[in-house]
Design a protein around this ligand. Structure first.
Ligand SMILES: [Zn+2]
Length: 302
């Protein structure tokens, strides 16, 4: 994770940290080749590629706050009748994936830099935490508001979860590098417990928030700037910054032939017959990774 000549040394990682003296915690993330690999599975316009890049950074930031290896975090933005009607990203064990469902014809008629509202219209942001050990699932939903997905996620934590939070995401001009930061205030003894009351103007948090707001987009998405150095720039005047372990990121999809067969197997034989193409296969492609699964209907009857 240093600038030792490896052009990818500072990419595809999330670094966690705490500021014990301020009862704050955070994550910084930067994506490079993983982002490129995920985008290469789709043919998105630059606008959608940037939207998905932002969503993937947010998913990595939030996913790595979950405790167990196999916990899963899913970030979904959806709307009815929007140019984009669904965006889904998920994270599990360092693996990221995501896709955007949209109307290409309407997108082509939009201005070059449409707003979040322009893309989704009236939409919702849902964040789902699936805990592997306890098999518990928690989902929070808020209106998709603000100028960006990062703002909507910040709103989610402040309004829905009552956790003072700052979220920033940046994508560089090439669209190939994206980075972000999440800062949260968790007053002593409150982590993991239900919060009955929150103070958004707590002096500890006010201090951390003001520092967090000084971060520049160019630093978040600078592939040459190590994440540790980024944190040093921000917090070198703090008494203590504790670095947590670095989590490497990968592009991962959990689609499989067995899963696809299971889905198609739930249709009636008549419906399956209608799906068969001229070569005799039912072709199903994974929306996350665009992998195509050709299924012979007779395989399903077994
Ligand atoms: Zn897949």
């Amino acid at each position: 994770m240093s600038d030792d000549g490896d052009p990818f040394a500072n990419l595809d990682h999330v670094l966690g940290f705490t500021l014990p003296g301020r009862h704050a915690r955070g994550r910084v993330a930067r994506l490079g080749p993983v982002l490129d690999t995920i985008l290469a599975n789709h043919r998105y316009s630059p606008v959608l590629a940037r939207l998905l890049a932002e969503a993937l950074v947010l998913t990595a930031l939030l996913g790595t706050t979950m405790k167990e290896m196999d916990d899963q975090l899913t970030l979904q933005a959806h709307s009815q009748g929007g140019v984009v009607d669904l965006l889904v990203c998920d994270y599990r064990a360092g693996a990221l994936r995501g896709y955007v469902r949209h109307d290409p014809e309407r997108l082509a008629q939009m201005p070059a830099m449409p707003s979040l509202f322009g893309l989704f219209g009236k939409g919702y942001l849902a964040i789902t935490f699936d805990q592997a050990l306890s098999n518990e699932r928690y989902q929070g939903i808020v209106p998709l508001e603000g100028g960006s997905l990062a703002e909507a996620v910040e709103h989610f934590f402040v309004q829905s979860e009552q956790i003072p939070s700052l979220v920033r995401v940046a994508v560089d001009d090439s669209g190939k590098v994206a980075g972000g930061i999440l800062l949260q205030h968790l007053p002593e003894g409150e982590e993991g417990r239900e919060r009955l009351h929150t103070r958004l103007d707590h002096p500890e948090w006010e201090h951390v928030r003001v520092i967090g707001q000084t971060i520049k987009a160019g630093e978040l998405a600078d592939p040459r700037l190590p994440l540790e150095t980024l944190l040093w720039h921000l917090f070198h005047e703090e008494d203590e910054v504790r670095l947590l372990s670095t989590v490497p990121l990968a592009r991962g999809c959990r689609c499989s032939m067995d899963y696809v067969r299971g889905v198609i197997g739930r249709f009636t034989p008549e419906e399956q017959a209608e799906m068969v193409d001229e070569k005799g296969f039912i072709s199903v492609d994974c929306e996350f990774c665009s992998r195509v699964f050709p299924i012979r209907p007779d395989e399903l009857q077994i």
